[in-house]
Every structure is written in structure tokens, then in C-alpha cells.
Design a protein around this ligand. Structure first.
Ligand SMILES: *[C@@H]1O[C@H](CO)[C@@H](O)[C@H](O)[C@H]1NC(C)=O
Length: 141
């Protein structure tokens, strides 16, 4: 639930994509290079974008450690809608694919099935659900 804990001990990479198409190619290129470099070192990476934190493809033991399967579930078909977070939300994407565009930013982040995501309280963003999603979620009090 609190993936920010211990974040200082991990590699923190930026995983923002740019809305400008000419930039996003080189960004994702260097990103995949740095990601593969880090996974070789066997450390667990947390990527971030505009205050959103993501652990990519978390393990079964991480799922159990956080008790994710006891969280409420939510899903929706492909769609696009604005959302504001009144509380910090942590969710685990069981299936689907979504792009999150934080308001006021020219960046976005892509979330895939298997990712654990933390969205900060107060964030407004656009959800673009590209493939129908199912998620377990929880809010910090
Ligand atoms: C965020 O941006 C979307 C699209 O421009 C807008 O519909 C929504 O109201 C914005 N949210 C806030 C809280 O400003």
C-alpha cells in the first residue's frame, strides 16, 4: 500500500512520455535502455511521472505482501474521462492498458497490467483507457 516507503533505497527513474511525438521516440528509447540496465543489477525500480509512482510488473510475493486481493475492485471499458484524486490512491492493474495525462502537464505515463501505481492526493488528470481495465485499489486515510 505504501510503496513510497523505502523509495530512497531504490532506483528512481522518470517514465514520463512527451505529448510531442518527435521527443517521445528518443525518450522511450533511452528509457528502455536504462530500464534494462537497472534490471540487470537486480534492483527493484520505481518509475515516476509528475508525482505518479509506478512499480512495473510486481511479483506475486509483492501482491501478497500488500494484501492487494483484499482491496475493492473496479473496472471500465475503453473510454476517456477526467478525474481528480481527493485522497492518495494506490492501485494494481489486473488487466488492460491506460494512459494518464496529469492536468497542466505536457507529459503522460502508460500503465500496463501488472503495474502498481500510486497517485498523489489532489492530482487532476485525464484517464485514457485504451484496453478495458480491471484494478484493485485502496485509498490512504
Ligand atoms: C483537467 O482537464 C480536463 C480536460 O481539460 C478537464 O475536463 C478537467 O475539468 C480538469 N480538471 C480540473 C480539476 O481542472
Amino acid at each position: 500500500m505504501h510503496i513510497n516507503k523505502g523509495i530512497a533505497n531504490r532506483n528512481l527513474l522518470s517514465d514520463c512520455l512527451s505529448l510531442l511525438p518527435s521527443l517521445s521516440l528518443s525518450l522511450s528509447l533511452s528509457l528502455s535502455l536504462s530500464l534494462s540496465g537497472c534490471s540487470k543489477m537486480g534492483s527493484q525500480d520505481v518509475v515516476s511521472c509528475e508525482g505518479i509512482f509506478v512499480e512495473r510488473s510486481i511479483s506475486e510475493s509483492r501482491i501478497e505482501q500488500l494484501g492487494i486481493r483484499s482491496w475493492p475492485k473496479w473496472g471500465c471499458p475503453p473510454s476517456k474521462f477526467p478525474w481528480t484524486y481527493d485522497a492518495k490512491e494506490t492501485f494494481y492493474l489486473v488487466k488492460g492498458r491506460v494512459k494518464i495525462y496529469p492536468n497542466g502537464s505536457s507529459k503522460y505515463i502508460q500503465i500496463h497490467a501488472g503495474d502498481l501505481v500510486v497517485l498523489p492526493k489532489g492530482m487532476s488528470c485525464i484517464w485514457e483507457v485504451n484496453v478495458a481495465v480491471d484494478k484493485y485499489y485502496t485509498f490512504d486515510p
